[in-house]
Design a binder for this molecule. Structure first.
Ligand code: ADP
Length: 549
């Protein structure tokens, strides 16, 4: 028997319509160099229509991709709404990618138009000539007119001011009826090695994920809230907070490029967010600032969502005990939209016992299923002890990667489950506890560094015999790379020389700042680099580490 229910499509367009009409009085506030600027959701809806008309006039049709190279601000939000709702696909370009990867993803996705913030023109311009499919660039932001537009024009692309384009358009758009399973947005994730891989979100997956993020087990959002996504909109959709806010009518506070503790605290005191989301590095920085200036506490904040890396209990305790700020850990990946689990403690737990749960990655959200699979492929019991790889599946978990050229891509999936590359256990109450990472990557300040890419680059040096890179704990960045290098007999190398050598292929923040010169890299029984031994050597001070930055 079929239901009698209507078959309305779960689209970004419907979410936008709800947010910009029913909650037309909510607002998006964006930080500026000397204060804030704001517009209501009703105005946002009109400007999204203008943007859609403008993009159509530039030839954007069907499911073509439109790239954004933007901070978290009102214009980026307009793109988040207009592009998927007109049937095109929003491609958020990660401004922190190494240039070769940035060019690769723009070409792989075949971006037609790129919207760039005035403050990011200098970062985009050198790479624009190589972005083959891009024909127009729109420069957004209050200082767009004084940006170096010639540096963009020298690429041969048409360059327009975002506001000039919008000014010519109608604030009505004939939004098409879309299929909820069609592509709405895409995001590339850099893996262990090789080219980044594209994850394509559907309207339906974004819709369901936003609802899950809005529930009490994660953000508990309502139109009485004001949401501050510090996690970038160019990285895993700002954890879905932008769409979740439109859905629940919560106002949005956008920090733009001011992500240091001091301007962030000032912005929080001005814009009065109730819920915010960012990686531990940011909250660590905020903690240090508040310890020095306790009166700058963002008193409006009722909840901090934190994830992207393990969230130390010590950080959560310090923010709570010293500044009354409540932290909730969440876990996820670009591949899982990204939020898949969150760490609210169970009912009836005494104060101290609670921390064991708050230090965990939490319980999966309804819609997501999780399991632990051991090396031999067997599914493990939920007993809090059996350890294996965490695998997940569900309607906002990717089932493949977009036209990937990685020959090993099938190994990322196991019988319909996504293999996360995260290792841990699940306890009797369903709490996930991650203890290790099977994938060979380092996460520094929320962004990836591939240890394998660093090793390959180092081993290309004529005086390097072998090199192995591991992540080591870092108070500020969560993790930083340590390179252990075997130097050719008779040769001598310094960390500074090797950093210089690597700098042609890596961004400065990706270069190892800890170095060890060793006689040989330890190996497993099958001859692979044994990184567990390297980690133990480091933890037990068995290798001499030199710092260089
Ligand atoms: P995001 O940074 O948005 O979570 P990425 O796809 O860049 O998305 O990174 C996902 C990976 O980050 C996970 O597979 C895991 O290794 C790590 N990660 C994310 N959240 C946590 C967490 N709460 N605890 C431990 N590791 C985490």
């Amino acid at each position: 028997m079929r239901s009698t229910m209507q078959d309305a499509q779960l689209t970004i367009g419907s979410l936008m319509k709800h947010g910009t009409t029913v909650h037309g009085d909510s607002e998006v506030v964006t930080a500026t160099s000397d204060g804030t600027r704001s517009q209501t959701y009703a105005e946002l809806g009109k400007r999204a229509a203008r943007l859609a008309n403008g993009l159509r006039s530039l030839g954007v049709e069907g499911d073509q991709r439109v790239g954004t190279f933007q901070w978290n601000n009102a214009e980026h939000l307009e793109a988040y709404l207009a592009i998927p709702s007109m049937g095109a696909v929003l491609h958020t370009l990660n401004i922190r990618l190494f240039p070769q990867q940035l060019v690769y993803i723009a070409n792989h996705a075949e971006d037609q138009v790129v919207i760039v913030d005035d403050s990011l023109v200098g970062l985009l311009a050198p790479h624009l000539p190589e972005m083959e499919t891009v024909h127009h660039v729109l420069v957004a932001g209050p200082d767009a007119a004084s940006a170096d537009l010639d540096s963009l024009r020298s690429s041969g692309k048409e360059v327009l001011l975002y506001e000039d384009l919008l000014a010519e358009q109608s604030d009505e758009f004939d939004w098409p009826e879309l299929d909820e399973r069609d592509a709405a947005a895409m995001c590339y994730t850099s893996g262990t090695t090789g080219n980044p891989k594209g994850v394509v979100y559907s309207h339906r997956s974004a819709w369901l994920h936003s609802q899950a993020v809005s529930t009490g087990n994660v953000g508990g959002l309502s139109f009485h809230d004001r949401v501050l996504p510090i996690v970038p909109m160019f990285h895993a959709n700002a954890w879905g907070l932008a769409y979740a806010a439109l859905m629940s009518g919560a106002s949005l506070c956008m920090p733009d490029r001011w992500l240091q503790a001091e301007p962030l605290c000032r912005f929080m005191n001005e814009s009065k967010p109730t819920v915010s989301g960012a990686v531990p590095t940011v909250w660590n920085d905020v903690l240090g600032h508040l310890d020095r200036f306790p009166d700058r506490k963002p008193a409006s904040l009722r909840l901090i969502l934190c994830g992207g890396s393990a969230v130390p209990v010590s950080l959560q305790k310090a923010l709570q005990d010293r500044h009354g700020l409540l932290v909730r850990q969440a876990w996820g990946m670009t591949e899982t939209s990204p939020v898949a689990s969150a760490g609210m403690p169970p009912v009836g737990i005494e104060a101290e016992g609670e921390w064991s749960y708050r230090g965990s990655q939490g319980r999966v959200l309804c819609g997501v299923e999780g399991r632990i699979v051991a090396d031999d492929g067997s599914e493990q019991p939920w007993d809090g002890r059996a350890v294996g790889e965490l695998q997940v599946r569900g309607p906002w978990v990717t089932a493949s990667y977009y036209e990937s050229d990685d020959p090993d891509v099938d190994q990322k999936f196991d019988d319909g489950w996504l293999r996360t590359g995260d290792v841990g256990s699940i306890d009797e109450l369903g709490y996930i506890r991650l203890s290790d990472r099977a994938k060979d990557v380092i996460k520094s300040g929320g962004e990836w560094i591939s240890s394998v890419d660093l090793e390959n680059a180092l081993m290309a040096h004529e005086d390097v015999v072998e090199a192995a890179v591991i992540g080591i704990p870092d108070e500020k960045w969560d993790e930083r790379p340590l390179a252990s290098v075997v130097v050719r007999e008779g040769a001598s190398l310094t960390p500074a020389e090797l950093r210089e050598f690597l700098s042609k292929d890596f961004a400065k923040w990706q270069l190892p700042d800890a170095w060890a010169f060793i006689d040989e890299v330890p190996r497993t029984s099958v001859g692979k680099f044994d990184k567990k031994v390297l980690r133990r050597w480091y933890a037990e001070d068995e290798i001499a580490v030199e710092k260089a930055d």
